[in-house]
Design a protein. Structure first.
Length: 247
């Protein structure tokens, strides 16, 4: 492992289940409950799937899971004048955070929402380096920063994490959708952070891709287990190359 990552604080990292890909609200609530029953204390749903029923979905999830940390990904869909009333409507259900409320380029909008929102704001999966991060954190009181290691690499990931800490923000890394190599790197980097309450778990991607790599990395019972082999602890299997040839 890289010497910069040698001082890990943990070998397991709490995971939140990201995405409830079911057709109906009833099915999505049932899926969320199944994750909670398996030990996942954080659960996130997508506004893009809820469409105009973002508040109704939060209300249904909170009724079913009164002790869960519930999050909603807004996927950069809102102008500040739309995001702030939505945050106020969601606030009684005590969301853990609202993610990506405004367009990535709308730095003023993010600053406005983060300043006035009744709910903590998370952002950062699209940021590539500390310069993009500084531009936003110098103005926006984001509560959670979500670096994506496939965008940042290890060094910038850790620099962004330090900048987040200096701005009183916690780090909750975004889960890369890569086959597992980036994910292993993200877990190793996240293990060195003192303030990392969760790492995103994209179950529909992560579990399927484990079939194509040799690794001890896993996510179950609400936690990631870091890979333990040399280097990043993940090696592509032959099936991955065959899969690529079939594309």
């Amino acid at each position: 492992m890289n010497a910069a990552l040698a001082n890990a604080f943990r070998t397991e990292i709490p995971a939140y289940a990201s995405g409830l890909p079911k057709a109906t609200l009833h099915e999505r609530v049932a899926l969320a409950r199944s994750f909670f029953d398996r030990g996942f204390r954080g659960i996130k749903y997508a506004a893009a799937i809820s469409e105009d029923a973002v508040v109704a979905e939060m209300q249904a999830l909170r009724a079913a899971l009164p002790r869960a940390d519930l999050m909603v990904d807004l996927h950069w869909r809102y102008r500040p004048e739309e995001a702030l009333p939505l945050a106020s409507e969601l606030a009684p259900f005590k969301p853990y955070f609202l993610e990506a409320p405004c367009a990535p380029e709308d730095v003023d909008g993010l600053a406005c929402v983060a300043e006035a929102s009744a709910v903590p704001i998370a952002a950062g999966e699209e940021w590539h380096n500390i310069y993009e991060t500084k531009l936003r954190l110098s103005r926006a009181k984001v509560r959670y920063v979500q670096p994506e290691i496939a965008h940042t690499g290890v060094s910038q990931f850790l620099s962004i994490a330090r900048m987040a800490q200096a701005n009183d923000a916690s780090v909750i890394p975004h889960a890369t959708i890569g086959v597992g190599i980036f994910m292993a790197a993200s877990l190793h980097a996240a293990s060195t952070l003192e303030d990392c309450p969760y790492h995103e778990y994209q179950h529909s991607v992560f579990d399927r891709n484990l079939a194509h790599v040799e690794t001890t990395m896993a996510c179950d019972a609400g936690c990631y287990r870091l890979p333990t082999a040399v280097g990043l602890g993940v090696e592509p299997r032959e099936s991955l190359w065959n899969y690529r040839m079939d594309i």
